[in-house]
Design a protein around this ligand. Sequence first.
Ligand code: MG
Ligand code: MG
Length: 257
Amino acid sequence: MIYLKTQEEIELLRENNLLVSATLAEVGKHVRPGVTTRELDAIAEDFIRSHGAVPGFLGYGGFPNTLCISVNEQVVHGIPSDYVLKEGDIVSVDCGTVMKGFYGDSAYTFAVGEIAPEVAQLLRVTKEALYKGVAQAKAENRIGDISAAVQEHAERYGYGVVRELVGHGLGRDMHEDPEVPNYGARGRGPLLKEGMVLCVEPMINLGTKHVVFENDGWTVRTRDRKPSAHFEFAIAIHKNGPDVLTDFDIIEKALKN
Ligand code: MG
Ligand code: MG
């Protein structure tokens, strides 16, 4: 069942996703060697609550924290811990909120200090793949148009496109229909309609596309333990193109200061 949103509902989703973006910017300011992922989680929880929202992931399916923090070979759903970030790590931070009955959900992968050039390229290309997918998100296109654009860009660089985890609809629930895979064929899949709100979230691996589900019940990592990147936008579908509800500019400005 795909729920189409009214413009009023889209504005509530925008409020949530802008708060997620501001939270990711706040977290990004603290990403540096020596900080633990648990400290980043606490910063995010305080920030979200002080803005009148509730962390969207905390307790969702039993998840124990505010942020999913996935370091290096961890793809998604990493649990904040006493792990101390070190120079050269990458850290994927996925954040959700609930406010006024709707969810926010976006993700950004940060570099910790200087990172290897091949890893910097993985981050750049994964974000480009997100933008290329999102550029296909307009009414009368299909989900497969988004999926194919993401996949083609990532595979042009020989990267692995994760199959087991996909994007999704977003609304009063964090995971609504339809699924938004990061692989697929143009012209296939559900038709995009005005009022759909989707999370597009490429999870792209430097090496193999294959992943392992860890015994903690949450963490997903690459099978070959090479790094993985994750960038996520929430978007609303319109006739003329995507209305992006997430704001990476606020994150990237925070990183420059
Ligand atoms: Mg997410
Ligand atoms: Mg998501």
